[in-house]
Design a protein around this ligand. Structure first.
Ligand code: ATP
Length: 234
C-alpha cells in the first residue's frame, strides 16, 4: 500500500536521507530500527509531508504523496503520532482526542470513532474529563495514539511510542499496537526498543546514517548476527 523509492531529504544544506527505498503492505506492522539520528523520524516526517523530499517517490495506494500537502496526506489516510506525544496539557483528554478528527471524512464520524478508541483504550475513557497534562506518561501516549486513530487512518505511523515509559507500560503500549493491527490498521513503527518491536512486527528496516542497511522479516532480523550484536546486546 505504501511504496517509497530512492527518497532523499535534507534540512537546509544537510542531507539526512540518502535514497531510502521501502514498502509497507496492507495490514502489516513494519518497524524502522536504527540508532539516534539515523533518520527514522525524518522518514516519517517525509511521508506525512512535514518535511519536503529532495527527490524520490512516496506512493500510497497509487497516489503520489511527494508533492501533496500535509492535510491532503492525512485525508488520504496517513496518521503520524510524533515522538514526545505533543498533547495540549491544559485541554481535556477528550478534547485532545477529538482534535485528531479534523479531516473531513473523519469529522463526520467523530462520535463513532470516539466510541471505538474508548473501547480500545478504556483508561483513556476513564480519564476523558481530566486535563491531559495530569496523566502519566503511558496514559499520555495512549491519548496520542487515540488522537491519531481519530483521523481514521489506513496507516498509523508511531514515532517511539515507548520512549521514557516504565517496562510494564511499554509492554502495554506494544500490546495496544497489536490490537490496532487486529482492527485492520497498518502500522509503521519507529522504535529504540528493538526486541519488543521485532516481536510484534511482520517486517523491519534498519536505517543507518540515512540509508537502509538491512531489511527482512521479523524472523530474519531476529536471526541476523549483525542485529543481535548491534541492537539486541547478544
Ligand atoms: P531520533 O531517534 O534521535 O529521533 P532519528 O533516527 O529519528 O533519531 P532524525 O530525528 O530523523 O533521526 O534525525 C536525522 C538527522 O537529522 C540528525 O542528524 C538530526 O540532527 C537531523 N535533524 C533532525 N531534525 C532536524 C531539523 N529540524 N533541522 C535540522 N536537522 C535536523
Amino acid at each position: 500500500m505504501l511504496q517509497i523509492d530512492e527518497l532523499a531529504v535534507a534540512y537546509g544544506d544537510v542531507q539526512v536521507l540518502w535514497g531510502i527505498s521501502m514498502r509497507v503492505e496492507r495490514g502489516e506492522i513494519v518497524t524502522l530500527l536504527g540508532a539516534n539520528g539515523a533518520g527514522k523520524t525524518t522518514l516519517l516526517r517525509a511521508i506525512s509531508r512535514t518535511v519536503l523530499a529532495l527527490s524520490g517517490a512516496i506512493v500510497l495506494d497509487g497516489e503520489h504523496l511527494e508533492r501533496a500537502r500535509s492535510p491532503r496526506v492525512v485525508e488520504l489516510g496517513v496518521a503520524h503520532v510524533p515522538e514526545g506525544r505533543k498533547l495540549w496539557p491544559e485541554m481535556s483528554v477528550e478534547d485532545n482526542v477529538l482534535l485528531g478528527a479534523y479531516p473531513g471524512r473523519a469529522r463526520r464520524d467523530a462520535r463513532a470513532s470516539l466510541e471505538m478508541v474508548y473501547t480500545l483504550f478504556p483508561r483513556v475513557a476513564e480519564r476523558r474529563t481530566q486535563m491531559a497534562g495530569t496523566l502519566s506518561g503511558g496514559e499520555q501516549q495512549m491519548v496520542a495514539i487515540a488522537r491519531g486513530l481519530m483521523s481514521k487512518p489506513t496507516i498509523l505511523m508511531l514515532d517511539e511510542p515507548s520512549l521514557g515509559l516504565a517496562p510494564l507500560i511499554v509492554s502495554e503500549v506494544f500490546a495496544t499496537i497489536e490490537r490496532i493491527k487486529a482492527t485492520g490498521t497498518t502500522v509503521l513503527l519507529v522504535e529504540q526498543n528493538v526486541r519488543q518491536a521485532l516481536e510484534i512486527a511482520d517486517r523491519g528496516y534498519v536505517i543507518e546514517a540515512g540509508r537502509v542497511m538491512t531489511s527482512g522479516t521479523r524472523d530474519e532480523l531476529l536471526a541476523s548476527d549483525a542485529i543481535k550484536k548491534a541492537y539486541l546486546g547478544l
